[in-house]
Design a protein around this ligand. Structure first.
Ligand code: NDP
Length: 260
């Protein structure tokens, strides 16, 4: 029989922030591999557009307006997503925002709280609710599940002027490790992905800055910006049974930037 570990037929993946950028890149690859896809985002128009795009791959899709910084919306969102899709096998806690400041000394408490609310509270609530569903499923004789937190190189490299953002991403790595240890007994694995410099709306100002093109991108060994599609393979792998023994890890996708 052919080895088909990356066939995701029958599996359901939830991607927060799945309506564009890295989230959509991951969702598209998983849909192409046969997974049914649920996406969450705050912009309903973008959610619908992305859902239509994903549906073209012949899978079931469900788009829901959820602000991950709101606990009630996340709790209800998970209940409704499971009800609509029947189950959730993998969750990519990807929704994030990237506010910095001219300097740490000028970073306001408002910025700090705003970034924490989406990037850390949002991941915490999304994964806690997802874990509850997976554990319940396991107790009913259907173990397994893959939790993925999208962190950043900012978690492990000095991200000047981004103390709040960097702290949330470091927190995501720690959350994934804690979850990996606690829930391995249910067949649930938890990993973090650390993107490098990726061309999305989040980095639009850096993309438009000539100094960035001259000084930063040449330091990427692969010599280009990363694209949302560059995350497709890892998403399919982590959503598939091929990654059954992969847990608690931090997976860097940065074109070699962090080792150069
Ligand atoms: P984008 O800005 O392109 O997309 C962000 C996504 O998150 C959108 O789908 C957006 O949808 C959603 N989102 C934002 N806030 C919320 C919220 N409160 N509730 C629900 N959804 C929300 O970003 P990227 O694709 O670049 O980033 C994705 C992840 O990757 C983030 O966690 C980011 O920190 C991380 N990352 C990105 C890097 C890069 O270079 N681009 C580098 C390292 C990490 P909507 O607008 O509809 O709410």
């Amino acid at each position: 029989m052919a080895y088909k570990p990356f066939d995701l037929t029958g599996k359901v993946a939830l991607v927060t922030g799945g309506n564009r950028g890295i989230g959509l890149g991951m969702a598209e690859a998983m849909a192409q591999s046969g997974a049914d896809i649920a996406i969450w985002g705050t912009n309903e128009e973008r959610n619908q557009e992305a859902a239509e795009k994903l549906k073209a791959h012949g899978v079931r899709t469900y788009a829901r307006k959820v602000n991950v910084a709101n606990e009630e919306e996340v709790v209800k969102g998970m209940t409704e997503t499971v009800k609509e899709m029947g189950r959730v096998d993998s969750i990519f806690a990807n929704a994030g925002i990237g506010y910095g400041a001219p300097s740490f000394t000028e970073m306001t408490t408002e910025t700090y709280r705003k970034v924490l609310a989406v990037n850390l509270d949002g991941v915490f609530w999304t994964l806690r609710e997802g874990t509850r569903h997976m554990v319940e499923r396991a107790k009913n004789g259907d173990p397994g599940g893959s939790l993925v937190g999208i962190a950043s190189l900012a978690a492990i490299e000095g991200a000047a002027r981004n103390q709040a953002y960097a702290a949330t991403k470091g927190g995501v790595i720690s959350m994934m490790k804690a979850t990996a240890v606690e829930f391995a007994r249910y067949g649930i694995r938890a990993n973090a992905i650390l993107p490098g410099w990726i061309a999305t709306d989040m980095t639009s100002s850096a993309q438009a800055t000539p100094a960035f093109a001259e000084k930063v991108i040449p330091r990427v060994p692969v010599r280009r910006w990363g694209e949302p599609e560059d995350f497709g393979g890892m998403a399919v792998y982590l959503a598939s049974d091929a990654s059954a023994y992969q847990t608690g890890t931090t997976l860097i996708i940065d074109g070699g930037y962090s080792i150069f």
